[in-house]
Design a protein around this ligand. Structure first.
Ligand code: C2E
Ligand code: MG
Ligand code: MG
Length: 448
């Protein structure tokens, strides 16, 4: 990469194409060069070394708040703090707008890489002078160690980048050192992604259906569709694993369309009064095509929109509430009901229940599972039920496994329930048999 650039020398002989004009540090090309050279040196003397990528947390808002000049000042201060914090044999470079790289030739172990990176964060967290004012910043660091001898500069830096990615996702001021477990986990995710792409193209992911019942009468009222997938090589993979991967890698739209089509086809074989509940992923609530895709799938399969409910989570509302609201309004205007799933586990805010209108709320299994033993859970459930009544929302309690849980919920006034006690998720064929059986039982009970 560095070799392809022409070298321009300044009057004092510094190579400008290798220098970051703002901070005077080396730039990414210089950094690449340094790491390349160190890898060559270490070919004869295979000792490890460390590269760190330091990313400032929340630099852009500071730039906006204090102005560009102040932003530049801060970057210069960051550069000099980093240089002052490392030994002479280390290299500091600026490799992006608010990203710096540090090469530590004498840092040989994961533990010491971690310690050094923590120290860098410490140094950067002291306040910055910006004219009359002070600004504070934190930083995240991803590190990787040159070890096995087969890593190239590109590989080493991309490992540090993926460690940084994990650090950024774990909060501010975090250090993560790339490990072989992370490498294995990253490989597994890619393997699942590839297999899932193939499975979606071949229509091999199936919706299963779990019954939802009226708690008092035990009458069947609908089903939740839950995705199931078994890959020939990888085996059965839980939706808790593959749905987030599908979201992350941009497959969720296609996957969801496939599942909804199959689920709607199955629901068409059930009596009309049974509803179908379908989960939407957070990323689908920022995609304005979601509404029309759902509606066209319903039209194609002939399922009445009034029989469909979509389940969304609080996380789904957070990234872009305005977009989520638009999609929800579009769906509701067409007769589709909207349920808030897993209530009580996300970053719950009661304010959301005021901002958004939901037709239904699903109380998370975490509360239901300890309703018999844990007083606080019992109080929380009662409070949720009272609130739903006030707001005119239906309620479903999720994850009911025991008869006593069901009867306690009935006593508290909870209308409907879902859980292994009433049925596990089953495929379309078994579900149809289940529907027929429940209707026969229900009929027989009414006649008797
Ligand atoms: P969820 O929407 O909250 O679904 C309920 C989960 O609880 C399901 O797990 C269900 O099998 C499980 N469950 C139901 N009753 C019981 C019970 O009595 N005991 C216990 N221990 N578990 C019970 P599952 O099928 O593994 O799905 C996990 C999550 O994956 C779902 O949570 C949902 O968030 C997501 N998911 C599943 N299918 C889809 C889908 O088609 N699209 C999207 N976007 N997400 C899906
Ligand atoms: Mg759900
Ligand atoms: Mg749920």
């Amino acid at each position: 990469m560095p070799g392809q650039f022409a070298h321009i020398a300044s009057q004092d002989g510094t190579d400008l194409s290798y220098t970051d004009a703002l901070t005077g540090l080396g730039n990414i090309k210089r950094f690449f060069d340094k790491v390349d050279r160190l890898i060559q040196d270490r070919a004869e003397d295979p000792a490890p070394f460390t590269v760190c990528i330091v990313d400032l947390d929340g630099f852009k808002p500071i730039n906006d708040l204090f102005g560009r000049k102040a932003g530049d000042d801060i970057l210069q201060q960051v550069a000099s703090r980093l240089k002052a914090a490392v030994d002479n044999n280390a290299t500091v470079a600026r490799i992006g707008a608010d990203e710096f790289a540090v090469l530590l030739p004498l840092t040989f172990s994961e533990d010491s890489a971690f310690e050094r990176a923590r120290m860098l964060i410490e140094v950067l967290s002291a306040p910055y002078d910006v004219g009359e004012r002070m600004a504070r910043l934190s930083a995240s660091v991803g590190c990787s160690l040159y070890g096995a001898g087969d890593d190239t500069t590109e590989v080493l830096l991309s490992k540090a980048e993926s460690a940084l990615y994990h650090a950024k996702h774990s909060g501010r001021g975090v250090v993560i050192v790339y490990t072989s477990e992370m490498e294995e986990a990253a490989k597994r995710v890619t393997r699942i992604e590839q297999a899932l792409r193939r499975a979606v193209a071949a229509s091999e992911v199936e919706p299963f259906f779990q019954p939802i019942v009226d708690l008092e009468t035990r009458r069947l009222i609908g089903f939740e569709a839950l995705a199931r997938w078994t890959d020939p090589d990888l085996g059965a993979i839980s939706p808790a694993v593959f749905i987030p991967i599908a979201e992350d890698r941009g497959i969720i739209g296609q996957l969801s369309q496939l599942l909804l089509r199959k689920a709607a086809e199955a629901a068409r074989t059930w009596p009309d009064e049974l509803f179908l509940s379908f989960n939407l992923s957070p990323s689908q609530l920022v995609d304005q095509n979601t509404g029309s895709q759902i509606l066209s799938t319903l039209e194609m399969t002939g399922l009445d929109p009034r029989r469909l409910e979509v389940e969304i989570t609080e996380t789904g509302l957070m990234s872009d509430p305005a977009s989520a609201e638009k999609i929800m309004n579009h769906l509701r205007a067409n007769g589709i009901r909207v349920a808030l799933d897993d209530f009580g586990t996300g970053q719950s805010s009661l304010g959301r229940l005021r901002e958004f209108h939901f037709d239904k709320l699903k109380i998370d299994r975490a509360f239901v599972s300890c309703i018999l033993t844990d007083r606080p859970s019992e109080h929380i459930i009662r409070a949720i039920l009272a609130m739903c009544e006030g707001l005119g929302m239906d309620v479903v309690a999720e994850g009911i496994e025991e008869e006593e849980q069901a009867s306690k919920l009935v006593r508290f006034g909870c209308q409907s329930g879902q859980g292994y006690l009433f049925g596990r998720p089953a495929d379309a064929e078994q579900t149809l048999a289940f529907v027929r059986h429940s209707y026969q039982m229900w009929h027989a009970a009414r006649i008797a």
